[in-house]
Design a protein around this ligand. Structure first.
Ligand code: APR
Ligand code: PHB
Length: 393
């Protein structure tokens, strides 16, 4: 076994782990990132693409914002289609000038990897059997194997940024962590296609056939989703069937203009809300998907990870620069307060826009009138806009 030492050992090389590693390195704090997959595998995953202002600022602070600022699109609003009628949510007007940035997570992760490489950051790919140890002591360490050899990294802190299926959360004794979960009775079938987007802003569509979303990665790359039963598989969905169903859920004029083409990616994701509390076990801190998952309807997954990283980064700085542990001690409570607000918003957007076949008629009537109310009241739209652009860190 080879042994080495760092200050912060980060499990998981997704956006959360890479961002924290980059920010800490810029302040002279050493990190090692352990990632189970290859870099190509991580960059092959298609994920969401709407960034709140707070995330955009963090990318800039991490000196990774150059390409995002050049290629990302600022969106000043989006639309909700309610059974064929479009209603624009003027994010900028309703929030006093705030907007969101459309920039794919894949691109952003690539920028973070490039930045880590440029600074000589240590990212170990294909790290197998990663395991945190002695988290409740002052001398925690992480072990992993690579190419048949076992390695040990001693550290001050371990960061569990290894996503929902990662090892970090699962290494916490069951009586020390509480998990809250809600599983929705449907999934999203998503496709990526090299076509011009249906609209210059996102459209969240509620229809009697189910929810649909028109999103985009660029002016030549579109991302679309339709709500599907959990029993469906991608084999049930030819491209033609997908396009027909999408069109049937959109306003007629949008459907008429929709440019279709072959899908270059097609997948089904179940919808889930999940929170683990607390987000700390001794000297191990959880961040991002390792601690919480939202249904994608509010575009809050990546953005909730960003707020964790923001709090953790500042808490670590106070520890290393001033010997002040108050930020670390408050981390779990502070992060969870914002996490739960993002959970509430994501659950609410999901509840309002999807078809719930099992709901009693009374609930379905309420759902209809709730959307009607939100679209017709400026006070209500302001609340929606404030949450969509992102609550302050
Ligand atoms: N050992 C090492 N790495 C692991 C392990 C393990 N046991 N388990 C998982 N990983 C890696 C995964 O391969 C992945 O690259 O951890 C990384 C976690 O990355 P993400 O799942 O992307 O999670 P995170 O970095 O928190 O990103 C925030 O918010 O809604 C989402 O889709 C959004 O992925 C985004 C996430
Ligand atoms: C996406 O572009 O993939 C996307 C956008 C907004 C969402 C969810 C997904 O709410």
């Amino acid at each position: 076994m080879t042994t080495s030492k760092t200050q912060v050992a980060i499990i998981g090389g997704g956006p959360s782990g890479l961002m924290l590693s980059q920010l800490l390195h810029l302040k002279g704090i050493e990190t090692v990132v352990l990632e189970r997959q290859t870099r190509d595998y991580v960059l092959g995953r298609i994920r969401a693409g709407v960034l709140e202002h707070g995330f955009v600022e963090l990318m800039r602070e991490a000196r990774c914002g150059e390409r995002m600022d050049r290629e990302g699109e600022i969106h000043e609003g989006f639309s909700i289609s309610d059974r064929g009628t479009m209603h624009r949510i003027d994010l900028e007007g309703l929030t006093g000038g705030q907007t969101v940035m459309v920039y794919g997570q894949t691109e952003l992760t690539r920028d973070l990897y490039d930045a880590r490489e440029k600074m000589g950051g240590i990212v170990i790919h294909e790290a197998e059997d990663v395991q945190p140890h002695d988290m409740t002591t002052d001398a925690p360490y992480v072990t992993y194997t690579k190419a048949g050899e076992t390695h040990r990294i001693d550290c001050d802190f371990i960061i569990g940024a290894d996503g929902f299926h990662g090892v970090s959360r699962k290494s916490i004794p069951a009586d020390q962590i509480r998990e809250y979960e809600k599983v929705y009775p449907f999934g999203w079938l998503g496709i990526l296609s090299e076509t011009k987007p249906a609209h210059d802003e996102l459209i969240y569509a509620r229809s009697d056939r189910g929810f649909a979303l028109c999103s985009l990665r660029s002016q030549v790359l579109s991302r679309y989703y339709v709500q599907v039963p959990l029993t469906d598989t991608v084999e049930n969905w030819s491209d033609d069937r997908f396009w027909d169903e999408l069109k049937a859920r959109l306003p007629e004029d949008v459907a008429a203009r929709l440019e279709t083409g072959p899908s270059i990616e097609k997948s089904i994701a179940p919808l889930r809300s999940f929170v683990a509390e607390p987000m700390r076990y001794g000297n191990m801190f959880l961040a991002g998907d390792a601690a919480h998952i939202v249904p994608p309807t509010g575009a809050k997954g990546l953005n909730s990870a960003a707020s964790d990283i923001y709090y953790l980064y500042h808490a670590m700085l106070s520890h290393y620069e001033n010997g002040d542990d108050s930020g670390l001690d408050a981390y779990s409570d502070t992060a969870l307060r914002r996490v739960w607000k993002a959970q509430r918003f994501s659950w609410w957007m999901t509840s309002m826009l999807h078809v719930f076949p099992d709901h009693p008629e009374f609930d379905q009537k309420l759902q209809s009138i709730e959307l009607d109310y939100f679209l017709s009241s400026e006070a209500a739209r302001t609340s929606l806009a404030e949450n969509y652009v992102g609550l302050p860190f």
